[in-house]
Design a protein around this ligand. Structure first.
Ligand code: ZN
Length: 468
């Protein structure tokens, strides 16, 4: 029995873990690499296995860095089963279709570019990886299951999904795998683990035992600030911008972060802490995702269920306007004293770029960062307070006021991750740390070594381990 780390190894994107036993070949996640071009080019490399031979993809959640290469698998002959929760399936469809559209638009822009443009990538890296039809095709292979049910998917493989509390429908996978020699091994994949106490979703489930744990490490080197303080900071940022008649730009991931923001702002408005602030949700994808959230209230935590019972729609409030068309979005350019929530979450594309261009040189602008920013992305440059920002090929002075609200992160911090790992007691033979930048993983590993006797490994990209 073997595991190979094919992505999210000493980096945060491209999650893909290959498992091979005598009886089956499976993947846990099959995500896209995201970030600067040299990282994204990795999506064009061939898989180091034959997609047609993969029996199952266990899918932890819908985010693109966990799902983005699934359409490529299907294009290249995958005919197996994709196991996920219902919200994961619905959200994955939205994310993948959005990506197919963006890729198509980018390719059209690439074709129409001035031919002497410097630094223009080669055609093979400009071509879309997949189309809308490819996404539709891959949806046929989804098979949804609830949390908590143990399922014998083959004679030698049993799985159970548990709540990872990261985004709606996100799952931790417990896998019991047997090989010919009847050796049984239990593997636990954390997926992305949420923060205890997060809005809408439940706290991550604790698992009591495993032979091998594959654990995410995104924030393994730091502690988040107190969540309540962060919520107050968000309120302060909104009010300060309102007073200075400046705009508030919130680059946000369409899924979960946006709904959490709406949830918090809804509470501010309902409790009269904030009045008269027009809030524009300028992301058709986030609006679609919010509809999926509305469909699955049984996946909410108790607080969100209670709001719903009281008749309050947690994702809507007076002053909220959803922007659909590009024309409407462009009309926001002349507005002052408004909040705009738009994607992409790391400012790597999408409508937020236009709003940044229009506002970033104005000192009354407030930028509120609510999610993790991968190195090399424009969002990271904003967080690092770079004085000049290159936005769509043009330079802009960065005069905006910055608020980094880490506690809105969809990931647990070092303490949360350690707490989650602790529930395994001394049962794991090895803990593999994935889904974190190299230095973060090293710091997390050193920290864990002070608390655990278990062997803790930081696999490299492509590295394999025998699990017998
Ligand atoms: Zn995620």
């Amino acid at each position: 029995m073997q595991i190979q780390f094919l992505g999210a190894a000493k980096e945060v994107t491209g999650a893909c873990f290959y498992i091979e036993t005598d009886c089956m070949k499976a993947l846990v996640d099959c995500g896209a690499f995201q970030g600067p071009d040299d990282i994204e080019f990795k999506n064009y490399e061939p898989f180091p296995f034959n997609p047609a031979e993969i029996d199952i993809i266990f899918l932890t959640h819908a985010h693109y860095d966990h799902t983005g290469r699934i359409p490529l698998m299907v294009k290249q002959g995958f005919k197996g089963r994709i196991i996920s929760t219902q919200p994961t399936r619905d959200l994955a469809k939205i994310i993948l279709l959005d990506s197919a559209n963006l890729q198509k638009e980018e390719y059209e822009r690439w074709i129409a570019r001035p031919k002497n443009q410097e630094g223009s990538k080669e055609e093979r890296f400009a071509k879309p990886l997949f189309t809308e039809q490819d996404v539709e095709e891959c949806m046929k292979y989804f098979e949804v299951h609830p949390y908590g049910n143990s399922v014998n998917i083959t004679k030698t493989c049993e799985f159970r999904m548990r709540d990872a509390g990261h985004i709606l429908g996100s799952a931790i996978f417990e896998l019991w795998l047997e090989n010919d020699a009847k050796r049984l091994r239990k593997l636990v994949f954390s997926g992305d683990l949420g923060q205890p106490g997060a809005r809408i979703v439940n706290d991550p489930d604790l698992i009591r035992d495993a032979d091998y744990v594959i654990c995410e490490s995104t924030y393994g080197d730091r502690l988040h600030r107190d969540r309540n303080e962060t919520v107050l900071e968000l309120l302060a940022a909104l009010k300060s911008a309102q007073e200075s008649k400046g705009n508030i730009l919130i680059p946000s991931f369409a899924i979960e972060r946006t709904q959490e923001l709406l949830y918090e702002i809804n509470l501010f408005v309902e409790n009269k802490l904030l009045t008269g602030l027009p809030v524009y949700l300028d992301s058709p994808m986030a609006s679609k995702a919010t509809e999926v959230f509305r469909q699955y209230p049984n996946f909410y935590d108790e607080d969100a269920k209670r709001l719903l019972k009281k008749g309050d729609d947690p994702f809507d409030f007076p002053g909220l306007q959803k922007i659909d068309s590009v024309e409407e979005s462009k009309r926001l350019a002349g507005k002052k004293g408004v909040a705009i929530i738009a994607g992409s979450g790391m400012c790597t594309g999408g409508r937020i770029l236009h709003h940044l261009k229009n506002n970033v040189e104005d000192p009354t602008t407030h930028i509120v960062i609510v999610g993790y920013q991968v190195r090399g992305t424009l969002g990271r440059k904003i967080v690092d307070r770079e004085p000049v920002l290159n936005i769509m090929g043009q330079e802009y002075k960065n005069n905006a006021k910055l608020y980094t609200l880490g506690a809105f992160s969809g990931h647990g911090d070092q303490r949360d991750l350690r707490y989650w790992l602790r529930s395994f007691g001394h049962t794991p033979r090895k803990i593999f740390l994935v889904h974190g930048d190299g230095d973060v993983i090293n710091a997390f590993r050193s920290n864990l070594r002070e608390h655990f006797r278990t062997e803790i490994v930081a696999p490299n990209q492509g590295e394999s381990f025998n699990l017998d």
